[in-house]
Design a protein around this ligand. Structure first.
Ligand SMILES: [Zn+2]
Length: 806
C-alpha cells in the first residue's frame, strides 16, 4: 500500500477512506500476509500433496481462499497487466502449477503466452480544484472526475474557457473558438451534441477531432462533460470518452468531469449552463466565453505502448490416444485494475482472484488425484481482461491448442459473492454441450445451478464464442458488491461459494473430458453467428396471426418480427383510422398475454433477445389511410406505429411526385415513422429521395443502377436487398457485395423474404451468413448488414440521432 502524498489540500474525505483501509490492512498483515505468506502456503499444500494416494483430494474452499488472499494482497498492486503487479500474479500462478505438477501449456514448454498491451498510466496524487471569484473547491477523483485514456500530464493553475461543444467547421462557418485566446488555458466543453448539430457537422464533430482543435489552439488541457440533467441516483462513474490514439500529447491533459463539477463552476457566474446550450441550439451559433474562473489541475499521466504481459496456461493431457487431441478449457481472468490515482490498491478479490483461485484449485485436485481424463483439460488464466478481454482474445487468435478441436470453454468471473446459486450461462449457444453436462451432473450440484441463455459480453467467454467454441459464463448469482472499488477484498469472499462453483466446474470439466457428445457439429462458427446476430423477420404478417400463431416464441431465432396492422376492407375515412388505432392498442394488449415483447427501442430489443423473446415492430401497409388527412401519421405514430411500407407508385403521378404524395411523405417523415419503399424503379427512387426529409428505406430484389445507389448513400437512405424464396445464397451474396461496393456497408441491409419462423427462412439466412463468412466479411459488418443498419435507420427516422459522436 502506497501512502498518499502529503500537502494536498481538500482531500479529507479521501484521507479518511484511505486510513480506514490502512487499518484493515494492518490487521491482515499482523497475521503475516503478502509474498512471505506464499511460502507458508506452499508448505501446507505440499503436505497435502504428500499423501494423494492415501486419500482422495477434495476441492478445498480454504485452499482456494488462500490463493485469493495471496493474489488480492496489497503486494500484488492490483495485478494490472503490463505492470509489475500483474506479472507477479502470473508468476505466482505458474509457480503453483509447477509445484503441483500441472503440465505447462504455454509457449516453448513454459506456462506463459506473452503478448503486449498499450495502457494509460496515471500516477497517484491527482488533483482538481476550481477557483471562482468567491470560493475554492476541490473534487473527488473517481466520483467527480477522471483522467481519460490518451491523456498526458498537466500541472498548474490556469483560466477556464467555456467553448460550448468545442466545435469548429469552416464549411459550416462555425467556430466555438472564434475571438477567444485559449493558449495555456483549460477549455471546457460538452461531449454530447444535440441531433441538430450532430447532423450538421457529421465527422467534424467527432470527439477526437474536437480534442485536436483544443490542442491546435494551444490549450493546456480539456475538461469534458456530458450535457444532461443531473441524475443523483446514477452517477456517471467510469465514463469513457472513446478517444483515439491520435489525441495523445504528453503535455495535454484530458479529463472528464461530472455535471455537478460544472454546476459548481457556474454557480458564481452571471450566466447559466442550460441557458447557454439552449441558445446554441436555438441560434445554431457559438456562445463561448472566458469564464474568469480558474482550475488547479495536477495530473501525471502517460500513454505506454507495447508493454509485455502474459497469459498463464497449464494442462492435463488426455489419456485416450484419439480424444486427447480434443480439449476442454477452463479459465478466468487473473488481472485487475492496479493502483488507482489516489494511491489505493484495487485488490480485485472477487473480480477476479476468485475465479482464478477456483481454476487453480481445480487444477490441483485433478493433478493430485492423478485423474486421467480422456480429453485434454487446459487451464487458462488470462491477462488484460479489464483492458478489453485482450488476453483471452490473444489466445483465441493465437491458440496454443487447436481451437476447432475445443469442446467448450468454461469461464469463471466473480464467484465469491452471492446468495448461494451459481449461474451457468451460454446454453443457447452450446445446447449440445449443456445437454451432456446436465445429464451427468449429480443432483446435489444441479440443484444450485441456474442455467441461462448467455452470449458474448462481460468476460473472456466472449473471445471463445467469437471463434464458434461454446463458451459458458459462470458466476455466483446475486449482488456483487464493491465491484471495481478499492474494497473488493478477500474478507468479503464467501468460501462456500468458491466450493460450490469449484465442484460444479470440476464435475462439468470431468464430464466434458470423458463423455461422448455431438461436440463438433458442422459449421459451428456459422451456427454461433446465426444465433448471436439480431435476426429480423421481414415477412410482414398480420398482427392477429403473429399474436396467435407464435405462442411459444422462446428461442425461436426470430428476434424482431415486423407485424402488420391493416385497414379492414371497405372501411373509409375516420372510421377506418379509428379502427387502426384500435388495432394498435389491441397489439399492445395482446402482447401482454404472450411471451412476445412490443418494440420500444433498440436497447429493449437487446434485453428481450437476452431472454430469448421475440420483439414485435408494428407497421402499416399502404398510405391510403393518410390520403386527405396526412396528419393522422402523427396520431398513429403516437399509438405505437413504427413504419409504413408502400410502393413507390403511390406517391407519383406520371413519374413525378404528386402534391398529395409530397404532403404524405412529409407527414410520415415528421411523425417519425420510417418509410419503406417497396419495388421501386430507379427513376421512382430518385424522385422520392429528392423530397424525403428523413432517411428512408428502399427494398428491392434487384440492385438499382449505380447512380441511384450513389444517391441512396448521399441521402442517408438504406437499401434492403431482398432474398426471395428459393434464392441461391451464393448468387444473392454476390449481389449484396456489389451493392456494398457502391454503397458502403452502412447503407445496406439483408431482407429475408421467406418466413424466418419456418425452416426455409432459417436455412436461407444461415446460408447467407455462411457465404458472407466465406467472403471474409467480419462479424461486426455482418451485424450491420443483418439488422444494425435497419435499426439505425429506424431510430434516425424517429429523430433519435445518437446523442454524441462515437
Ligand atoms: Zn472480471
Amino acid at each position: 500500500m502506497k501512502m498518499l502524498k502529503d500537502g494536498l489540500k481538500g482531500r479529507a474525505t479521501q484521507l479518511i477512506a484511505t486510513k480506514f483501509k490502512l487499518a484493515r490492512i494492518k490487521k491482515v498483515s499482523s497475521i503475516g500476509r503478502g509474498w512471505l505468506a506464499i511460502l507458508g502456503l506452499c508448505f501446507s499444500l505440499c503436505s497435502l500433496s504428500g499423501q494423494p494416494k492415501a486419500k482422495k483430494v477434495q476441492f478445498e474452499a480454504e485452499a482456494a481462499l488462500s490463493y485469493i488472499r495471496d493474489l488480492a494482497a496489497d503486494s500484488m498492486l492490483g495485478r494490472r497487466s503490463g505492470h509489475p503487479g500483474g506479472e507477479a500474479g502470473a508468476e505466482y500462478i505458474a509457480a503453483r502449477f509447477k509445484e503441483w505438477g500441472v503440465e505447462p501449456a504455454g509457449e516453448n514448454g513454459t506456462y506463459f503466452q506473452t503478448f503486449t498491451v498499450d495502457l494509460n498510466q496515471v500516477e497517484e496524487g491527482v488533483v482538481l480544484e476550481l477557483m471562482t471569484t468567491k470560493v475554492r473547491r476541490s473534487f473527488y477523483y473517481g466520483e467527480d472526475w477522471r483522467v481519460q485514456a490518451y491523456s498526458g500530464s498537466a500541472h498548474g493553475t490556469a483560466e477556464i474557457v467555456f467553448v460550448g461543444y468545442g466545435l469548429r467547421d469552416e464549411k459550416a462557418n462555425y467556430d466555438d473558438y472564434a475571438g477567444l485566446e485559449v493558449k495555456g488555458k483549460w477549455v471546457l466543453f460538452a461531449s454530447n451534441l444535440p441531433s441538430s448539430l450532430a447532423d450538421k457537422f457529421g465527422e467534424a464533430a467527432s470527439l477526437t477531432r474536437r480534442v485536436r482543435w483544443a490542442q491546435e489552439r494551444g490549450a493546456k488541457g480539456a475538461l469534458i462533460f456530458r450535457r444532461e440533467e443531473p441524475q443523483p441516483a446514477a452517477p456517471a462513474r467510469g465514463v469513457r470518452l472513446g478517444l483515439s490514439r491520435e489525441v495523445y500529447r504528453p503535455d495535454f491533459a484530458i479529463i472528464s468531469i461530472e455535471t455537478r463539477v460544472v454546476d459548481a463552476l457556474f454557480r458564481d457566474l452571471l450566466t447559466d449552463l442550460r441557458y447557454l446550450f439552449q441558445e446554441i441550439e436555438r441560434q445554431q451559433k457559438p456562445m463561448s466565453f472566458t469564464t474568469g474562473a480558474k482550475a488547479f489541475i495536477s495530473v501525471a499521466a502517460r500513454w505506454e505502448e507495447k508493454k509485455p504481459t502474459k497469459n498463464v496456461l497449464g494442462k492435463i493431457t488426455g489419456s485416450d490416444p484419439v480424444l486427447k487431441n480434443e480439449y476442454v478449457i477452463i479459465g478466468a481472468h487473473m488481472d485487475h485494475l492496479g493502483v488507482d490515482p489516489l494511491g489505493e490498491v484495487m485488490n480485485g478479490a472477487n473480480d477476479n482472484a476468485s475465479g482464478t483461485a477456483v481454476v487453480m484449485e481445480i487444477a490441483r485436485v485433478l493433478k493430485l488425484n492423478q485423474v486421467k481424463p480422456k480429453r485434454t483439460i487446459v487451464f487458462g488464466l488470462w491477462a488484460a481482461e479489464e483492458m478489453g478481454l485482450l488476453g483471452s482474445r490473444y489466445f483465441a487468435d493465437h491458440p496454443l491448442v487447436p481451437i476447432e478441436k475445443t469442446v467448450a470453454y468454461l469461464n469463471m468471473d466473480m464467484v465469491g459473492h452471492g446468495s448461494g446459486n451459481v449461474n451457468f450461462r451460454g446454453i443457447y449457444y452450446g445446447p449440445e454441450v449443456w445437454e451432456v453436462i446436465k445429464a451427468k451432473l449429480p443432483k446435489e450440484i444441479l440443484d444450485y445451478v441456474r442455467p441461462g441463455r448467455g452470449g458474448p459480453g462481460g468476460s473472456d467467454h466472449s473471445s471463445f464464442l467469437a471463434k464458434g467454441v461454446p463458451g459458458f459464463s459462470i458466476n455466483t448469482e446475486g449482488y456483487h458488491f464493491k465491484y471495481h472499488q478499492a474494497n473488493d477484498v478477500v474478507e468479503l469472499i464467501k468460501p462456500e461459494l468458491l466450493k460450490k462453483t469449484g465442484e460444479l466446474v470440476l464435475a462439468a470439466a470431468n464430464i466434458l473430458a470423458n463423455e461422448k457428445g455431438d461436440f463438433f457439429p458442422p459449421q459451428r462458427l456459422e451456427r454461433y453467428h446465426f444465433r448471436y446476430q439480431t435476426l429480423i423477420n421481414f415477412k410482414f404478417e398480420p398482427s392477429v396471426q403473429v399474436l396467435e400463431g407464435h405462442k411459444d416464441a422462446q428461442d425461436s431465432h426470430v428476434d424482431l418480427q415486423l407485424v402488420r396492422v391493416s385497414p379492414p376492407q371497405g372501411a373509409t375515412g375516420d372510421a377506418l383510422r379509428v379502427e387502426l388505432v384500435r388495432q394498435l392498442m389491441g397489439v399492445a394488449e395482446g402482447v401482454k398475454k404472450t411471451n412476445l415483447v412490443l418494440f420500444t427501442g433498440a436497447s429493449e430489443l437487446q434485453g428481450a433477445m437476452n431472454q430469448g423473446k421475440t420483439t414485435l415492430l408494428p407497421g402499416l401497409r399502404g398510405i391510403d389511410v393518410l390520403k386527405g388527412e396526412p396528419r393522422w401519421a402523427d396520431v398513429l405514430a403516437k399509438q405505437g406505429l413504427y413504419f409504413i411500407l408502400e410502393e413507390a407508385a403511390a406517391f407519383l403521378t406520371e413519374g413525378k411526385i404528386s402534391d398529395e404524395g409530397k404532403n404524405i411523405l412529409q407527414a410520415i417523415n415528421q411523425a417519425g415513422l420510417l418509410l419503406l419503399i417497396n419495388r421501386a424503379q430507379d427513376d421512382q427512387i430518385k424522385e422520392i429521395l429528392n423530397y424525403a426529409i428523413k432517411p428512408i428505406g428502399i427494398i428491392a430484389k434487384e440492385l438499382p443502377g449505380k447512380e441511384t445507389l450513389e444517391l441512396i448513400r448521399e441521402k442517408g437512405a438504406v437499401f434492403g436487398l431482398e432474398a426471395s424464396s428459393g434464392a441461391e445464397p451464393a448468387a444473392y451474396v454476390q449481389k449484396l457485395l456489389e451493392a456494398r461496393q457502391a454503397l458502403g456497408s452502412d447503407n445496406l441491409f439483408i431482407v429475408n423474404g421467406p418466413c424466418l419462423w419456418e425452416k426455409e427462412g432459417q436455412d436461407l439466412v444461415f446460408q447467407i451468413i455462411a457465404e458472407l463468412f466465406k467472403a471474409k466479411v467480419e462479424s461486426g459488418e455482418l451485424g450491420n448488414l443483418l439488422s444494425g443498419n435497419f435499426l439505425r435507420l429506424l431510430s434516425r427516422a424517429r429523430g433519435e440521432t445518437a446523442s454524441g459522436p462515437r
